[in-house]
Design a protein around this ligand. Structure first.
Ligand SMILES: NC(=O)c1ccc[n+]([C@@H]2O[C@H](COP(=O)([O-])OP(=O)(O)OC[C@H]3O[C@@H](n4cnc5c(N)ncnc54)[C@H](OP(=O)(O)O)[C@@H]3O)[C@@H](O)[C@H]2O)c1
Length: 294
């Protein structure tokens, strides 16, 4: 299969890594189309022979033109978390544009268990999966677990103070490296299955907050205890730290999701595609040590 692979959100962190791994897996630059709202950010890809096109999910007409000639379109979910249904509308526009542009296959970055998830933004992902399935086109849905990199938001502060507030109780979570997800997506895009597939990309182990604190402590040499608090106290702490209201509700819902065990799934889908196991959290913390200690 030699048709073109369109990657939306190509200037984002995941988008850049997907393109890096497509190239590493032998997909030639002339088969890759990089879509972004800001083509000027991707001059390096253009210099490497990759066609960069302007692609904004808010612009249906421009998006349809951008997708023309693509065989597969990877729709990378956007970061429009505003508490309204902006993101779902954006994704639906992307699906409509891909259908109008007569692409052959769709791919999308979702999240684990979108139908039973407590995460505030899960309906965006469920709705997008439904929109993709309703097209009748073959699809690959990539349900991405929680990035290991998300831990850099809370852990440096927690390590500085020796205490990590959590409302997840004993809930386990299987953090996965963004890079492993990108590599697995690239392999699946480069070698599309003949049938539609849904993958769930997770880490290789599901850990409690206590386990994660221990690993962070071992990697940095700093003591870290977990303070278990209620959702209300967790939210109050985030607000006091200046976290915007919209992200407070997102983060509280993530604690509830972890507590309920919905993020504890461990699959072998990364390994099955890439040929290597998901990077463990201990290894990530060793690599990210300087960012953890600030
Ligand atoms: N699994 C997790 O733990 C986790 C964590 C954070 C986010 N996510 C989700 O995964 C996605 C990719 O992660 P990331 O790390 O690459 O995030 P990121 O670096 O923040 O990138 C945000 C992405 O959203 C795209 N975007 C925003 N508005 C858009 C629009 N109007 N039209 C088209 N694209 C738009 C950006 O594309 P351009 O800038 O190239 O236009 C960019 O690819 C995020 O956007 C979010 O939906 C998952």
């Amino acid at each position: 299969m030699n048709d073109k692979i369109f990657v939306t959100g190509a200037a984002g962190q995941l988008g850049q890594l997907v393109i890096k791994h497509l190239l590493a897996r032998g997909v030639t630059p002339d088969r890759i189309l990089a879509g972004t709202r800001n083509p000027e950010k991707l001059a390096d890809l253009a210099a490497a022979g990759i066609e960069v096109r302007r692609a904004d999910f808010e612009d249906l007409h421009g998006l349809t033109e951008a997708f023309s000639g693509a065989g597969t379109v990877l729709i990378i979910s956007t970061d429009a978390l505003d508490g309204a249904d902006t993101r779902l509308k954006q994704h639906r526009q992307a699906v409509s544009a891909a259908v109008s542009a007569k692409v052959k296959r769709l791919a999308y970055t979702s999240l684990p268990n979108p139908d039973s998830s407590r995460l505030t933004f899960a309906p965006d992902h469920l709705g997008t999966e439904q929109a993709i399935k309703a097209t009748g086109l073959p699809y690959a849905i990539f349900r991405n677990g929680w990035y290991q990199e998300n831990l850099l938001r809370a852990l440096p502060h927690a390590l500085e103070h020796g205490q990590w507030y959590s409302a997840a109780e004993g809930g386990r979570i299987s953090y996965v490296a963004r890079e492993d997800i990108a590599e697995a997506i690239a392999v699946a895009l480069a070698n599309p299955a003949t049938e539609s597939r849904t993958y769930t990309f997770t880490g290789s182990e599901a850990l409690t907050t206590q386990d994660i604190a221990r690993l962070a402590s071992q990697a940095t040499g700093k003591p870290l205890t977990v303070a278990h608090v209620s959702d209300e106290a967790f939210a109050a702490g985030l607000k006091a730290a200046g976290v915007p209201e919209i992200f407070v509700s997102v983060l509280v819902s993530a604690e509830a999701e972890t507590r309920a065990g919905n993020l504890s799934l461990v699959t072998d889908h990364v390994e099955a595609l890439t040929g290597h196991a998901s990077r463990g959290l201990a290894e990530y913390f060793r690599e990210a040590r300087s960012a953890l200690v600030g």
